[in-house]
Design a protein around this ligand. Structure first.
Ligand code: GUN
Length: 287
């Protein structure tokens, strides 16, 4: 039976460290500021943004939400981001994805200053990740949170076979880069992969980020594998579940993340951690 990779507990511990770092910054007269831009009325996005805001306030972050109507023009949005880029009270900017399709998402995300890019989505920060730069730069929060969770449970990656299912800019691609940088051999699978089980059955670590209900059952995985489930799906009964058939897979895996209570809390804790990282890095540069 697999051990549970408890994202909720690990996130709570990380949040406690973040809260203390914020207290220390406040003693120096510095308050980390996070601006979250949300466009339109998407219910799931609004819920995520509310949760981020609540946690940020609880930890002592100066959190502001910029809610703009779905009718916003690209220029208005670019102007808002430019204002935030120049705002001395804001160290971290997040534009909630997805944006309405008529907006040029790449152009908008790339207009965020790399020094305030708390999601690590700008080409500058993605490039640093791919080149495995030393030094300080933000990384996409979900993959980085997964790395923290694996570290917490002493799951070694060097020399391991890892499979990432999903090739998004938010999860799949940065996840693969982090795993490669940590010494794993990585396959990235996606909708055009003919037979995903050909890869997953051989993998020591499987990260699934597809949004496909019951994509993986116990037949699909190797005995003793580590399974990380990034999926957020509703089952037939309206319950939140991942991509993995949890009950059968947990019998065969060595370790598995639950949904809910696995990757989700780690993402938001990492967002807070990186808000403070950006603030500390900026404060060092200013001194
Ligand atoms: N939408 C879903 N996940 C994320 C994320 O990590 N960052 C942003 N900006 N939008 C998202």
């Amino acid at each position: 039976m697999a051990i549970l990779l408890d994202g909720k507990k690990t996130a709570n511990d990380l949040n406690e460290i973040t809260r203390n770092r914020i207290l220390k910054l406040k003693q120096r007269g510095i308050v980390p500021g996070l601006a979250v831009v949300i466009v339109g009325e998407d219910q799931a996005s609004q819920r995520y943004v509310r949760n981020k805001h609540k946690l940020a306030l609880k930890l002592g972050v100066n959190s502001i939400i910029k809610a703009v109507p779905a009718t916003v023009t690209e220029n208005q949005l670019l102007n808002l981001i430019a204002e935030l880029n120049h705002d001395q009270t804001i160290q971290a900017i997040l534009v909630q994805d997805p944006l309405p399709t008529r907006l040029n998402e790449q152009k908008i995300m790339q207009s965020i200053s790399p020094e305030k890019d708390v999601d690590g989505f700008t080409t500058t920060n993605v490039g640093k990740l791919y080149l495995n730069h030393s030094g300080n730069y933000p990384v996409a929060c979900t993959p980085k949170g997964i790395m923290t969770l694996l570290q917490q449970y002493n799951i070694s990656l060097r020399g391991k076979k890892a499979v990432v299912i999903g090739r998004s800019a938010i999860v799949g691609k940065p996840m693969a880069a982090l795993l490669v940088n940590a010494g794993a051999s990585v396959s990235i699978l996606h909708r055009y992969t003919n037979d995903i089980t050909e890869y997953t059955q051989d993998a020591d670590i499987v990260i699934s980020a597809t949004g496909v209900l019951r994509l993986l059952d116990s037949e699909a995985i190797k005995s003793g594998a580590v399974i990380v489930d990034v999926g957020q799906n509703l089952d037939e009964n309206g319950h939140l579940v991942g991509d993995v058939d949890f009950e059968t897979v947990r019998q065969k895996a060595a370790a598995i993340t639950p949904v809910p209570g696995g990757v989700g809390p780690m993402t938001i804790a990492t967002l807070m951690q990186q808000t403070v990282d950006l603030t500390e890095w900026g404060a060092t540069n200013d001194e």
